[in-house]
Design a protein around this ligand. Structure first.
Ligand SMILES: [Zn+2]
Length: 248
């Protein structure tokens, strides 16, 4: 049996409470919710964590020094998650998490974090926010639902001149994510499973649930349709549907 290990580490969201919603879709997969905090002030060297930070999004090379305030923030964050607007290199963070997880074959390990994760794109020479980083372990950034997915360009052009509009817009977005949280998660958990078990990073078909969609509304319009396992199968292209049938 394929096993999924979930680490709801440093999230405000009670992911464990979504067990029922997830099992409704992934009925033959075994979900294990691992309660232990992967990164804690007792386990992780603060230096290793601070080296995961991205201070300059326009450079792959990051400064290897930090201010006392940054160090204090990280230390407090390890004890109690709170709002965190810093950027982290997803692959460096993944390497750090991997030191605290023991992997076996046929296992998919997913770390859920509130941290904003980014990866460097050498084609335009800058870091970009991501919802998910695939690998061992996979990381799903809960903040990524609102930070990595892109809103219509009108929002970015008016947010500085109409702060009240931007505020209301963001509140609506948070409400949508809150209400459909399990559905958003299902899309990205699928992405992890398809990658780990089939080596499929994402689908090129825009309509497929396994597509790496960039637009928030695109993702929302997909995931809001999910209520049952059959809805998920209907949202996949034929290639990924046949794979999904054997795992859900
Ligand atoms: Zn597909």
């Amino acid at each position: 049996m394929l096993k999924i290990f979930c680490y709801p580490t440093d999230t405000f969201w009670r992911i464990k409470n979504l067990d029922y919603a997830l099992k409704n879709v992934f009925s033959i997969l075994k979900f294990n919710f691992v309660e232990k905090k992967l990164l804690s002030d007792k386990k992780v060297k603060l230096r290793d964590l601070l080296l995961c930070k991205v201070s300059d999004i326009n450079s792959y090379k990051q400064p290897e020094f930090w201010f006392e305030e940054e160090k204090n923030f990280e230390q407090q964050y390890l004890q109690t998650p709170k709002h965190n607007f810093h950027f982290y290199d997803g692959f460096k963070l993944q390497e750090l998490y991997s030191k605290f997880i023991r992997f076996k074959l046929k296992e998919c390990h997913i770390v859920f974090t509130q941290r904003i994760i980014t990866t460097f794109d050498s084609s335009d020479g800058r870091y970009h926010c991501r919802v998910v980083v695939l690998g061992y372990p996979c990381i799903i950034s809960i903040s990524g639902f609102t930070k990595a997915l892109t809103f219509p360009k009108e929002y970015y052009s008016v947010r500085n001149i109409l702060p009240q509009f931007a505020e209301t817009f963001k509140e609506d977005i948070y409400r949508i994510v809150d209400k459909n949280f399990a559905k958003f998660l299902i899309k990205y958990i699928f992405q992890c499973i398809f990658y780990i078990y089939y080596g499929e990073e994402f689908c090129f078909e825009e309509f497929c649930l396994h597509n790496d969609n960039h637009w928030f509304w695109e993702v929302y319009n997909q995931v809001k349709q999910i209520k049952t396992k059959q809805d998920v199968l209907n949202l996949l292209c034929s290639h990924h549907r046949s794979m999904a049938k054997s795992i859900i």
